[in-house]
Design a protein around this ligand. Structure first.
Ligand SMILES: Nc1ncnc2c1ncn2[C@@H]1O[C@H](COP(=O)(O)OP(=O)(O)OP(=O)(O)O)[C@@H](O)[C@H]1O
Ligand SMILES: [Mg+2]
Length: 860
């Protein structure tokens, strides 16, 4: 390809950033060329044009104005592209020939921190993933908050769970490694995958980078060992951040090794089924997070979501949160004041990140200055709190007196949003003040000169005008042109006027622009120094931000508890859950009718498994979920919607919930259902809580019922030995209510209905004992299924029930519990007759006859 200097420069830069779209600065535009232009133009909705580089090479081109860059880049990132920004790094006026350009930033979906690229409340994790034989190592980092951690997990299931929790925006994989097919959760949109040189995952280099970023000599404090893969993965993240931001991040405070034993494990299906973060339609409206989220800062909102998906197993830690919430609930006036203060602070977490990356703009520093001014009072107030946790969080807040002083001294009272003249305060720097004074002085002379020349020429409307290309000039309207003095030199002709200069004006012009550019340059230097100073404080600010976010979440829990009458749960030992007047936090919020509270009692030692039956629409699913939600909330530190609550120890919550909505995952619904059941049976322990809603519904009745039956048995007496989990099982299989008579720790409960003039009233009240019948046909009528169909269904039902009765009567003459129909009628009959046979009384001939009869029965 025939080259021009610019084309050559472009291709060289592009060669180093093959996987990113390159924005090449050209005057007031960023231009994309070649394939980049073709890829970007449909996303941006910008027409593709052509650029002729020389007489041989013409390429597609697509340009975006530099001042509107942010909104365009946001679109490209959202579409999954990375963007490399090639900036002019020398003054075009001073460059002889081609201006030097360098890629100063690579913006990627997982690493951006600019407020305009971040959606609200969404975390943006970039995850480095290493897969080696059995184990997967994940290191994760959120650039905007500086949160940094990781874990090595065994098995794909755990890796998938962790990924499902994080929902990474971007995934780093070694260039020579495998793909993500095995571990990526099927129901998450694919992330942007970035392949990095295998060497950047090296453990030794990783250790070096980590020590540098965290400012420590040894990694032992972070429970990391030299040579372990996690160090390599964490190092790969740091190297990536450095390469994309052009700076080593300085706001990372710590590396948190994830210790799964500290948390109640919620797998991906449970987070989804319980609608913790999103409701089943994928929105936020019906989620637990939305209902509980009364936080007043962005970082608080994110921390609240983290707490919800990672509840605490440690009772003392959770109780400390309850104590703090209780203290705030008891003092509504100071709760309101506290929330007001927090609201005014803004997002310190993001501020810390922007400082750490040396990217903070004057507007951000101004906001930070105001926030820092408000911190000491907040801290003093919290230190007085009777709640230990609040006082402790207060002590963790570094109020950064020094940073605040520097910001106050360096920034002017109301600086412009972006770096521009006037950002640095008068009196901060003698050299800057001097340059500004000169520029101002020269402008005063300019005004004098204007007055003088107006008088001399007698042109009443003579004005000095400024124009970026021509600089200062006298403007004379066409009607006055005859009066222009001899020594005026023409510079520019406009429609209705002409512009002139004089040697004196030109001289002034030179003085002004020299002084101004000196001031500007000095201001830039001073701002860079200020950013350096700020960066050194970034870690401390991140620590403060984390403590403030914690206070915000506790305040939010208190606010919600107060408004919605939640109660403080008692955290007790042992596997049991007892609640009086429990409600569903989301349904009670969204439903128009009054919510009917219900009691619950589960105890692994006596009431281990509750089989819940009752009509459609009765409230079974709601009841199941509200129990699980109470556990999650209590262990996350929140109060719970109930009159009384005792929540025992829980190591994991499992859910298996109605299948109809899983089609998008590309597996048949029944397959998904059984996969989840298998997962539960293999992993539930004596401390787990299992929610089963309609297991076995996705297949033929007998298959489904048999499976459900066997599953309950296995949960009651796990084949592996040891105690089984607490289970709430909602079902339409009436036959399952027989289990209560056969298995010691199974009890029945049902949701009550009342029949009234041929229609059903749903009471939504859970009562002991099995329900007597289904009301599917009534519900169908309610739903508007045509009358004829409902009548016909009722007739079919009566017939089926008669047949079942006949079989039972023929085969089970004796009194006793009704037998379940697990088997086809023939086998049922045979089994019953065998049971009834008194073998010791039979003669050999009777026995032979019986055998022949039974055989015949089966053959039919
Ligand atoms: N305790 C309650 N108080 C008031 N309304 C309730 C209560 N429980 C459930 N509801 C309402 O009843 C509706 C149906 O409840 P739910 O889905 O839990 O019934 P279900 O028994 O699981 O039905 P199905 O058998 O069809 O799955 C809910 O959408 C909710 O609006
Ligand atoms: Mg249901």
């Amino acid at each position: 390809m025939k080259q021009t200097p610019m084309l050559q420069q472009y291709l060289e830069l592009k060669a180093q950033h093959q996987d990113a779209l390159m924005l090449y600065r050209l005057g007031d535009f960023y231009e994309l060329f070649f394939e980049d232009a073709e890829a970007a133009s449909p996303v941006l909705g910008i027409v593709l044009t052509k650029r002729k580089h020389n007489d041989e090479v013409t390429s597609p081109m697509c340009g975006i104005p530099h001042h509107a860059m942010a909104s365009y880049v946001a679109k490209l990132l959202a579409a999954g592209f990375k963007v490399a920004v090639a900036e002019q790094v020398e003054d075009p006026a001073k460059a002889g020939g081609l201006v030097r350009r360098e890629v100063i930033r690579v913006l990627t979906p997982g690493t951006v921190t600019e407020p305009e690229f971040l959606g609200d409340g969404e975390r943006r994790w970039v995850v480095a993933l290493l897969q080696r034989r059995e184990a997967a190592t994940l290191a994760y980092l959120e650039a905007a908050s500086g949160e940094f951690g990781g874990a090595t997990v065994t098995g794909e299931v755990e890796a998938r769970e962790l990924l499902a929790q994080l929902r990474p925006a971007e995934l780093l994989l070694p260039a020579d490694g495998g793909g993500i097919d095995g571990v990526w959760p099927a129901d998450l949109p694919l992330p942007v995958v970035t392949r990095r040189p295998a060497g950047t995952f090296d453990e030794e280099r990783g250790a070096e980078l980590l020590c540098r970023a965290l400012g420590v000599a040894s990694l032992r404090a972070f429970a990391l060992e030299a040579g372990e893969p996690l160090v390599g993965a964490a190092g790969a993240l740091l190297a990536y951040l450095r390469d994309t931001q052009g700076e080593m991040p300085r706001h990372l405070r710590s590396f948190q090794r994830r210790a799964p034993s500290g948390e109640v494990v919620l797998d991906a299906a449970t987070v989804r089924n319980l609608e913790l973060l999103r409701d089943t339609s994928g929105g936020r409206r019906g989620s637990l997070a939305r209902v509980l989220d009364q936080t007043v800062t962005a970082m608080g909102g994110m921390l609240l979501r983290d707490w919800l998906v990672r509840p605490l197993r440690d009772g003392r830690a959770a109780a400390a949160r309850h104590e703090a919430v209780a203290a705030l609930v008891d003092d509504p006036a100071s709760l309101a004041a506290l929330r007001e203060r927090l609201r005014a602070l803004g997002d310190l977490e993001r501020a810390a990140a922007r400082l750490g990356l040396l990217q903070a703009r004057p507007a951000e520093l101004t906001a930070l200055r105001a926030a820092l001014a408000a911190l000491p009072e907040l801290r003093a107030e919290l230190e007085e709190s009777p709640a230990e946790l609040l006082a402790m969080l207060a002590r963790e807040m570094d109020v950064l007196e020094d940073l605040r002083t520097v910001l106050e001294q360096a920034l002017s009272a109301e600086p412009p949003a972006l770096l521009a003249p006037g950002t640095i305060r008068e009196g901060r720097d003698a050299e800057l003040d001097e340059a500004r004074r000169l520029a101002r002085g020269a402008k005063e002379v300019l005004a004098e000169l204007e007055a003088r020349e107006r008088q001399r020429s007698g042109i009443g409307n003579l004005r000095i005008r400024y124009n970026r290309v021509f600089g200062y000039a006298f403007e004379v309207s066409n009607s006055q042109l005859s009066r222009v003095p001899e020594d005026f030199v023409r510079r520019q002709t406009l429609a209705s006027a002409e512009r002139f200069v004089t040697p004196e004006l030109e001289d002034l012009q030179r003085r002004i622009s020299a002084a101004e550019s000196r001031a500007e340059e000095r201001e830039r230097e001073l701002y860079a120094e200020l950013l350096e100073w700020c960066a050194a404080c970034a870690q401390r600010l991140a620590g403060t931000a984390r403590a403030v976010a914690g206070v915000d979440v506790l305040g939010a829990f208190a606010e919600r508890a107060r408004r919605a009458s939640y109660v403080r749960p008692a955290l007790v030992t042992g596997a049991r859950i007892r609640m009086v007047g429990s409600r569903h936090p989301v349904v009670e919020e969204l439903t128009r009718e009054a919510f009917v509270p219900n009691d619950v009692e589960l105890d692994a030692a006596s009431r281990q498994i509750v089989v819940l039956t009752g009509p459609n629409m009765g409230g079974k699913s709601t009841y199941l979920r509200q129990v699980a939600l109470a556990v999650v909330m209590a262990r996350a530190g929140s109060f719970v919607p109930a009159e009384e609550a005792e929540i025992g120890e829980v190591d994991r919550v499992f859910t298996r919930v109605g299948a109809a909505d899983d089609i998008a995952r590309g597996e048949s619904t029944f397959m998904v259902e059984m996969t989840e059941v298998a997962h539960i049976l293999r992993n539930a322990t004596g401390l787990s809580l299992v929610i089963l809603d309609e297991v076995g519904r996705g297949t033929a009745t007998f298959d489904g019922l048999s499976l459900a039956w066997a599953v309950v048995e296995a949960l009651h007496d796990p084949p592996s030995g040891g105690g089984g989990p607490m289970v709430l099982f909602a079902t339409h299989y009436h036959e399952l209510t027989d289990l209560a008579q056969r298995l010691e720790r199974v009890v029945n409960a049902s949701v009550g209905v009342k029949e009234w003039r041929g229609s059903v009233l749903f009471l939504h009240r859970v009562v002991p004992g099995p329900s007597d019948r289904s009301y599917g046909i009534h519900v169908a009528k309610l739903a508007g299924v045509p009358q004829d169909v409902c009548h016909r269904a009722a007739a079919v039902l009566r017939q089926l029930e008669r047949q079942e009765l006949k079989v039972l009567e023929a085969t089970a003459p004796q009194e006793g519990p009704r037998q379940m129909s697990l088997f086809p009628p023939g086998e049922e009959v045979v089994a019953a007759r065998l049971r009834a046979a008194e073998v010791e009384r039979l003669t050999p001939l009777d026995a032979l006859n019986l055998l022949a009869e039974l055989k015949r029965e089966l053959d039919e």
